[in-house]
Design a protein around this ligand. Sequence first.
Ligand SMILES: [Zn+2]
Length: 414
Amino acid sequence: MATSGSIGASQANRLSDVPTKPLVEIGLITAGTLDRVDRNSVDLAVEQFDAFVRDRFPSFRWKVLQTRRPESVVEKRTAPSVLLQQAMEERDENRWDFAFVVTAAELESHYSNHCFAALSRPLDAAVFSLSLIDPLATGQSTNDDTRIKSVAHRLSRLMLHALGHLLGLGSHDSPANLLHHPAVASELDGMAELTPDQISRQRESLFEIADQRLEEQTSRNLSVFGFVVRSAWINRRSIAAAMIAAKPWNFPRRLSGLTLASLSTLAILLMTAETWDLAISQSATRLVGLFWASLIATIAYVIIRQRLLSRRRRRSEQSVVTSSAAIGIVLLGMAITWCCLFVIAITIANLFFNDGLIASWAAASSLDPANVDSHHRVKMATFTASIGLMIGALGASFESQNYFRHVIFVDEEI
Ligand SMILES: [Zn+2]
């Protein structure tokens, strides 16, 4: 069951919208069922959000469209990555610029103690939970009207915070700024303003987003490949920004299954004489080939196994951006993991393996200990890091799909 309708500013405001103003459409999906207080809070929050963006960004037409998905959340706790994925699919289907999901369920958090909201730049989506911003959650007993006002105000702050990040803003230290990071729900109450610089940067990003989408311009003359390449090129900056926002340098720490499997493989290979023999007898070209093969095989395996790409067939610039960002994030994460493995292997090789030992272990290469130098250790480190990464990818399949998607797609838990 889905109902939709436009919510927002007064009729007068609507009439004054000139058709030449670029349109920004945000889809708001209510996931699961809401009680009366929550329903009223969401409606009031949307009004406050709408009034704020119309006031600060009057050069755009704003549309917030509400949809209900009562079946999508049935439990008290839910994984943000699942809701973000649904949001992305609906965003794609309806050609919204952004998709917001509101749920009464608590969100599973992986990076912090609590999670009021989680947002994803690659998916252009954010999910908000009403459970922890309700005054009842902190034991305050208030009447329904006060609760509605409080939850609505806090939710609208979270929505404006998420919009700021989705439009490329970083966080801000001042507790009165909308991009401040609240430690407790009550800190949301004081978050009210944006600096002139934040407003102008958001306006710039909005102009880029509201630009006519590529598929509506020239796509009819392009092949699928041409369309993908062109979309990726036009959106190269937002793809790069989404890749950085995912902080791929945290992968080795966050994906512990992958890291542990890689490290165990590395340790076993380094302790095996035959591996030294095999690695040292390889040419440099072959080892470079092995590095690329391990990187490509790992990325392909992880993307397919964890179903990171949308299965939709319809051409859209947004889905090219999402898929390119997902591939780019995994590529960066795996390349960084490979570098860590390489550094560990080369350090161990230098610390514990003297020239004489390497010459005797690499028996088939009939090396003279006097000829053993750093390039033999580099060969061994390249070999073991590449094999370690591939085995590590198999270890990644022990991570739950929701957690893996969380690491790839969720930039921030607020
Ligand atoms: Zn933030």
